[in-house]
Design a protein around this ligand. Structure first.
Ligand code: DAH
Length: 340
């Protein structure tokens, strides 16, 4: 019996090492270890073995089975290594070629700046609000103290959606001031980053679609001091340096008094192209919320005061990244966008 087993082992190992292909190896496996394979037949002959020797016979056969399985696995690994090695010496394969670059997107510079501003203002307790881009005349103008015949309307070249229903594309983010006043009981602080639209001829500093960030703080005893302190804090965070600010009088129907807030140019000391040689950059119109606006929002203007500002986001983004033409922002040119 053991002679038969030894002969089977010889034959199987020879066939395994002679196999050149995985398919050939599979055939050898079937031939020796398969259901009707040679080893199976050997095991079947256990009936002819005297009972006293059957245990040893069985152990011997099992040992042979394990040995063949190990030899098969080893041969399979060798064939796989050979296949990979052959692939690598393929004349078309060049291991020194750089890998194909992974295409990945990037955030729009506006998104970067808005996210940063949202962080800064949330850390000061501001809520972040949103409002409709298609707005009612009542919110965009009327409740902001800009009645029908008011000359301030001329500043807002409006895209009308439906003149009869007084529906328009909002020309600023200020209408959300009214929506906030109507919904939120004071005291509260809120910012509103968003898109605005004006029917303007476009050039390097005018675009029909642009971005603003409205700010509104309402409470008892809110003063211009709070407004200045807030603006200085946020500028310090954005530009990472202490920047001098100044207020000039400015007129907007929804604030009284109204101001233009200028910031000392962060790029130069003696005048440059960004600050138009003046060392001051006009950054943000602002003011104390007009009592008529508080009333239009249902707020007791005797008890509460507030300040508001209308940050030109597009402008801030351009300042921050040194972008010289506002049309890049909405231009969707991938070569521009990839840089951020
Ligand atoms: N909404 C004004 C505009 O787009 C800007 C503005 C001015 C907003 C003064 C304000 C403000 O909140 O207080 O022209």
């Amino acid at each position: 019996m053991s002679a038969e087993r030894a002969e089977l082992r010889e034959r199987a190992l020879a066939a395994i090492s002679a196999a050149r292909e995985p398919s050939e190896l599979a055939r050898v496996e079937r031939e020796f270890l398969g259901k009707d394979g040679a080893l199976g037949k050997l095991l079947g002959s256990i009936r002819d073995v005297p009972p006293a020797e059957r245990k040893a016979f069985g152990e011997g056969a099992n040992e042979l089975k394990r040995a063949l399985e190990a030899a098969l696995a080893e041969r399979r690994a060798v064939l796989e290594r050979e296949r990979l090695a052959a692939e690598r010496t393929d004349e078309h394969f060049d291991a020194t070629l750089p890998a194909r670059a992974l295409a990945h997107g990037s955030l729009h510079p506006l998104t970067h700046v808005v996210r940063r501003l949202e962080q800064i203002f949330s850390s000061m307790g501001y809520a972040i609000l949103d409002g409709p881009e298609v707005e009612l005349d009542a919110y965009n103008f009327e409740k902001l103290n800009i009645p029908h015949d008011h000359p301030a309307r001329e500043m807002h070249d409006t895209f009308w959606c439906d003149r009869e229903q007084r529906l328009l594309m909002r020309t600023h983010t200020s209408p959300v001031q009214i929506r906030a006043l109507e919904k939120m009981p004071p005291p509260f602080r809120a910012i509103v980053p968003g898109r605005c639209f004006r029917n303007e001829t476009t050039d390097a500093s005018h675009e029909h679609t642009f971005h603003q960030m409205e700010g509104l703080v309402v409470g008892e005893g809110i003063t211009v001091g709070h407004l200045i302190g807030t603006m200085k804090t946020f500028l310090r965070e954005v530009f990472q340096q202490e920047l001098e600010v100044r207020l000039r009088p400015g007129y907007f129907p929804f604030v009284e008094p109204g101001f233009e807030l200028d910031v000392r140019c962060p790029f130069c000391a003696q005048g440059c192209s960004v600050c138009k040689r003046s060392t001051w950059i006009e950054l943000c119109p602002c003011g104390m919320v007009h009592p008529a606006v508080l009333k239009a929002g249902g707020i007791d203007s005797q008890r509460y005061t507030g300040f508001a500002f209308g940050l030109g986001l597009s402008r801030l983004v351009m300042l921050r990244y040194g972008i010289d033409d506002i049309r890049h922002l909405m231009g969707a040119d991938v070569r521009f966008l990839e840089q951020f």
